[in-house]
Design a protein around this ligand. Structure first.
Ligand SMILES: Cc1cc2nc3c(=O)[nH]c(=O)nc-3n(C[C@H](O)[C@H](O)[C@H](O)COP(=O)(O)OP(=O)(O)OC[C@H]3O[C@@H](n4cnc5c(N)ncnc54)[C@H](O)[C@@H]3O)c2cc1C
Length: 464
């Protein structure tokens, strides 16, 4: 340990960021991530300020034969950002975003959050598809897909990733784009954090807003499935312009009538990817499908929409276990099952949701990105969220049971790898979900990280 300490002291002379070891008063805060269940202790946290700090930290890990975890936004529910006994490369000080409005490109540092990107791009009336919660990291969300409100018209986050700067396992900095190291760009488009530390992403931008139409009529589960069936049929016609999810939750607080508090509800949440007034008219029928418990619909700024759900999910407060599978279709039976699963949730903080695909997302060929096949029509996600450790078992069981009992509606057993439990089914889930792209990913992994230094992720093992 003394030798290790000496090496760290030497390293800190050439490191421009912050070195945080277990004896440091900042250690417990620095190793904490979004899911309060994750309690791991890295040997060293290297909080980088610049690309050369990342290179120094990667070379140090290699020389010390330590594995590396990478913290982007720290939102991964499996806690892949933090490792036991290795080097945690923390990018939380690298959040810069620069926008070239005429080229419609944003350059985004590897530790940026979606709210950083939205603020910088909307200043020019532009945006790129992100996620639904603004303090989720750009890096982790993008590298495994990225499913957000703009997917109907502009696809997943990876479909807009046009370049990246990556520090690979040997500490070298590599640029990748369609013209330079294109195989690496392909792998980053869904293959996760397997190939190195992405210090900068380059995204294509699109004209969005600033005002968009957001619809969120809320109905009681006990009133029956008809609104969900009507919403499904509506999306079959308008899925090219509407990014949507049906989210099951529990009513509470002043926005709901008091007699509904504690009852299960579902929101038919939609963002119209086009003119706000046009969207308001188009989405109106979804607000007339029965008696609403509440209605959060309205025309609002895109940045506000991107932050609407933030208060549901504060960092570090909840214990979580999430699973999501793709569905071929959304049948009446699957809707009934989703309602039954929502009613059975042991925690009022848990959510579950049905997400539509189609539109631009579905038009990308299966081999164009590592992510793979786009022919799934839907995704079903079970987000177990609770506060007390004694409730761990029952809440994890709820997510897993819902995952199992929906298997017959699944899309070839494929899953969204950003919502993959705590990583316990990694090997099988990864292979099944990448499908025919898996072997090509193994080749890229073997080239850029032959010793599997980057293994705290949905791991793709290199060839030995
Ligand atoms: C509240 C909440 C809401 C969410 N909403 C959505 C949503 O709307 N849409 C969606 O698609 N997903 C969503 N997710 C899932 C989210 O995409 C994943 O949790 C994702 O891993 C988070 O990225 P991060 O950078 O914050 O995570 P981290 O925990 O920091 O990292 C996750 C993984 O990415 C790797 N990684 C991180 N940074 C880098 C980097 N710079 N270079 C290389 N690898 C890196 C890490 O090694 C790790 O394996 C949500 C998650 C939460 C908790």
């Amino acid at each position: 340990m003394d030798d290790f300490r000496k090496t760290v002291d030497t390293l800190s002379l050439e490191f421009g960021g912050e070195m945080i070891g277990p004896e440091d008063a900042r250690f417990d805060d620095a190793r904490g991530v979004w899911n309060a269940m994750i309690d791991r202790r890295p040997a060293l946290i290297a909080r980088c300020k610049a690309t050369n700090d990342v290179q120094t930290a990667v070379k140090f890990a290699a020389a010390s034969e330590l594995s590396i975890s990478i913290r982007g936004g720290g939102h991964n529910v499996a806690g892949h950002a933090v490792c036991d006994g290795g080097v945690m490369i923390d990018l939380s000080l690298m959040r810069n975003v620069t926008v070239d409005a005429s080229a419609r490109i944003a350059k985004v540092q590897g530790g940026a959050l979606w709210r950083d990107v939205d603020a910088a791009t909307q200043a020019h009336g532009l945006a790129t598809p992100g996620g639904l919660i603004s303090d989720t990291g750009v890096a982790g969300l993008t590298l495994s897909g990225g499913i957000g409100w703009l997917r109907a018209q502009h696809g997943l986050s990876i479909d807009n990733l046009v370049g990246a700067d990556v520090v690979t396992a040997d500490g070298n900095l590599i640029h990748t784009s369609a013209d330079e190291n294109p195989e690496l760009l392909w792998a980053l488009q869904g293959g996760g954090g397997n190939f190195g530390v992405v210090v900068q992403f380059e995204f294509a931008l699109h004209a969005i807003g600033p005002e968009v139409m957001f619809a969120a009529p809320i109905y009681l589960v006990e009133d029956g499935p008809e609104p969900i069936r009507a919403w499904r049929d509506f999306l079959a016609k308008h899925g090219d312009k509407v990014g949507s999810l049906c989210e099951f939750a529990t009513a509470g607080g002043e926005d709901f009538p008091e007699e509904h508090w504690g009852k299960r509800v579902f929101t038919l949440a939609c963002v119209y990817n086009g003119d706000a007034a046009e969207g308001e008219a188009l989405l109106q029928p979804l607000r007339e499908l029965g008696e609403m418990s509440a209605d959060f619909s309205g025309r609002m700024n895109y940045c506000d929409v991107q932050q609407l759900f933030d208060t549901l999910m504060p960092a570090g407060e909840f214990r979580c276990y999430w699973k999501a599978r793709y569905l071929t279709d959304l049948t009446d039976e699957m809707i009934d099952l989703a309602m039954a699963n929502a009613l059975a949730a042991p925690s009022d903080s848990s959510l579950s949701s049905l997400w539509n695909f189609g539109g631009a997302t579905a038009r990308v060929p299966a081999n164009a990105t590592a992510f793979g096949d786009r022919s799934m029509g839907w995704m079903y996600s079970l987000d177990g969220v609770w506060t007390d450790q004694v409730d761990d078992e029952v809440n994890i069981a709820w997510s897993r049971d819902g995952w199992s009992n929906s298997e017959r509606f699944g899309h070839h057993g494929r899953a969204y790898l950003n919502f993959a439990g705590h990583g316990e089914d990694n090997a099988s889930l990864t292979q099944t979900s990448f499908g025919p792209n898996y072997e090509r990913l193994v080749k890229v992994k073997t080239k850029y990280d032959p010793q599997n230094r980057f293994r705290f992720n949905q791991n793709i093992a290199p060839q030995t």
